[in-house]
Structures are given as structure tokens and as C-alpha cells.
Design a binder for this molecule. Structure first.
Ligand code: F6P
Length: 342
């Protein structure tokens, strides 16, 4: 029997509640474990702000978006925290082990705390799907579904007005959501941070379908920049025409494309809609499996490990492995999609 702390940290993500539920139910059934949840991620650890988690408090929560624990981007090693502060608070609360559910920042902090001897198990989470050591992260499937539905809608209004439509999706460092939603919606171009396309080829991808009587559709990840945008004048806050730039990448591309091609262009940023609401069935299943596996790791005293999915299996990896590098879209996956551009 263990007293287990759970926290959700970083940007929220559909499926977090399914992990929490699975941990609590599995721990109770397996060995009468008791649970507390830290409110707002590491902030709750630093402030000793907790809620009790029992059978009743996790009833029916798998299908709820967000996280019942709340989240924040608090760094436990800064902002008035530190290794000893965390250790003292966990001890005072009688926590035997902490299950930290989060993305790169959360897991990096978990690794440092774990190296300092604090028992921690990691559960990977991000809609961006860019964590290495796991094939997929829960939340990604839901985000792609939401983006696909929204882009399908943009297509019909684009076709009616003979406009080029740009859909900006999440993905600061990796273009997984753009790649999948773009393929699913038959986009004429998919622009991702891993591939620095130039404005001339982007305009060509827009003009080709327009000449065939189609409304061009571009799906762009928020972290994309074109070759030109990587030039120093961009860093000074100017666009390709030396005008002050504003807004996200979709908003920045729209006037450039309109000016260069003469095709009326509109941009829509999908933003946090991609992270909100009901998780897909597939994300609920993955999140539940990871929660059960995290409790397994607790009982094996496998501190410093992270649960992950490899093909169809749930495995354990070292937190260090999880932080090794960012999982970006491989060239071959991009080339496969790019054959159908334009
Ligand atoms: O890391 C996930 C993510 O959704 C990114 O794709 C996005 O850039 C970021 O979070 C948004 O963060 P915030 O919710 O803090 O604005």
C-alpha cells in the first residue's frame, strides 16, 4: 500500500482525466493505495495545495476534457521552489511517490528531482505528439480530429468564395498535427517547422489548384517559418515586404500570398480549441493504459521511469531517454505528403 501524489502540469490535453482515473482505480483495487492530487501542477507541490482522490472523485471523469486537478506552467525548481522544498513538502504530506503527468518541461523537472532521490514516475502528455521515447501521446488524436473537422468547414466556405484558406494549427517545434490534419483534409500544402519552404513554392502550391478551379487550402503549424522569414530583417519584426509583422504565421502568410498570387486569402487560427473538450475514444484508451502502467511502475519501485507506448505495447523507459530529443516529423513522412501538394 502506497500513498501516491498525482499532478498534471504544462498545457492541458484531452485524456488527462482518464490517466488520473485509471491510476486511482487501479491503485485502490491492486493494493489499497491512497491518492492525493496536487492542484495546478507543480504549483500545488510548492504550496502544499492538494485534494484527496478517491473512488468517488474520479467517477465518470474519463470523458471530460481538461484536468480535474488544474494545471500551470510552474517550474518546481524556480519560482520559490527547489529540490529541498519539493522533498520537504512531499515528506510532510506523507507522499511515497509522485506520478507526474506532463510534457517536456514537466518531465525535465521530474528527471532532476528523481536524480536527487525523490521517487517519481513520469507519464507523457502533449497534443503536439513531439515527445521521443513514445510512439504517440494521448491528446494528439483528439487534436487532429478537431482540426480536421474545422478545416473541412473552412474548405466549403473557401470553395464558395474561390478563396485560398489558411488553417493554422498547433505545433511549436513539430508539425505532427499539421501533417495529419493536412493529409486528412487533402490540403494543397502542409507547412511545418521541420521544413523551411520558400514563399515562391508556397505560392505555386496555391496557384496550381486555383487554376484547376479549386479553392487552395494550406495547413500551417504555428512554428513554421519560410526561408525568407529566417532572414535577419524578419528578426527585426519586418515581413518579406519590409512591413511590420503581426499575428501568428497564418495571419502573416495570408497578405503575402494574396499580394503575390492575386487570390483572395483568409487565415484562421484554430488555437486552443484543439486542446479543449471531450477526448477521442482512442485517447481515452491510451491514457487509461498509461495510468494503469504508471501504478505498475510504482509497485515495482521503478523510480525515474516513464511509461510509454511502442507499437501497441505499453513499456517503461528511463526519463532521460524520454528527454533525449524532440520527436519531429521525419523527412520521409513529409515527402510522402508533399507528393500530393499543389
Ligand atoms: O505544448 C502544447 C501547446 O499546445 C503548443 O502546441 C502551443 O504552442 C502551446 O501549448 C500553447 O501554450 P499556452 O496554452 O500556454 O498558450
Amino acid at each position: 500500500m502506497a500513498h501516491i501524489g498525482i499532478l498534471t502540469s504544462g498545457g492541458d490535453c484531452p485524456g488527462l482525466n482518464a490517466v488520473i482515473r485509471a491510476c486511482v482505480l487501479c491503485g485502490i483495487r491492486r493494493s489499497d493505495d491512497t491518492f492525493i492530487g496536487f492542484v495546478d501542477g507543480w504549483r500545488g507541490v510548492l504550496d502544499r495545495n492538494t485534494i484527496d482522490l478517491d473512488w468517488m472523485s474520479v467517477r465518470g471523469i474519463s470523458k471530460l476534457g481538461g484536468t480535474i486537478l488544474g494545471t500551470s506552467r510552474t517550474n518546481p525548481l524556480g519560482e520559490g521552489g527547489g529540490i529541498e522544498h519539493v522533498r520537504t513538502n512531499l515528506k510532510a504530506l506523507g507522499v511515497d511517490v509522485l506520478i507526474a503527468i506532463g510534457g517536456e518541461g514537466t518531465l525535465a523537472a521530474a528527471k532532476i528531482l528523481s536524480d536527487a532521490g525523490i521517487p517519481i514516475i513520469g507519464v507523457p502528455k502533449t497534443v503536439d505528439n513531439d515527445l521521443s521515447a513514445t510512439d504517440y501521446t494521448f491528446g494528439f488524436d483528439t487534436a487532429v480530429e478537431i482540426a480536421t473537422e474545422a478545416i473541412d468547414r473552412l474548405k466549403t466556405t473557401g470553395e464558395s468564395h474561390h478563396r485560398c484558406m489558411i488553417a493554422e494549427v498547433m505545433g511549436r517545434n513539430a508539425g505532427w498535427i499539421a501533417l495529419h490534419a493536412g493529409m486528412a483534409t487533402s490540403a494543397h500544402a502542409i507547412l511545418i517547422p521541420e521544413q523551411r519552404s520558400n514563399l515562391a513554392e508556397i505560392c505555386e502550391w496555391v496557384q496550381k489548384p486555383f487554376r484547376r478551379g479549386r479553392a487552395p487550402l494550406i495547413v500551417v503549424a504555428e512554428g513554421f517559418i519560410s526561408e525568407e522569414m529566417a532572414q535577419p530583417h524578419y528578426a527585426r519584426g519586418l515581413d518579406a515586404f519590409n512591413r511590420p509583422r503581426f499575428g501568428g504565421i497564418g495571419e502573416r502568410l495570408a497578405p503575402i500570398i494574396e499580394e503575390r498570387t492575386g487570390i483572395e486569402t483568409r487565415a484562421t487560427t484554430l488555437g486552443h480549441i484543439q486542446r479543449g473538450g471531450v477526448p477521442s475514444a482512442s485517447d481515452r484508451v491510451l491514457a487509461t493504459r498509461l495510468g494503469i502502467a504508471a501504478v505498475g511502475a510504482v509497485h515495482d519501485r521503478d523510480w525515474g521511469s516513464m511509461v510509454a507506448v511502442r507499437a501497441t505495447d505499453i513499456v517503461r523507459v528511463n526519463l532521460a531517454e524520454a528527454l533525449d530529443s524532440l520527436k519531429t516529423v521525419p523527412q520521409q513522412r513529409y515527402d510522402e505528403a508533399a507528393i500530393l501538394f499543389g
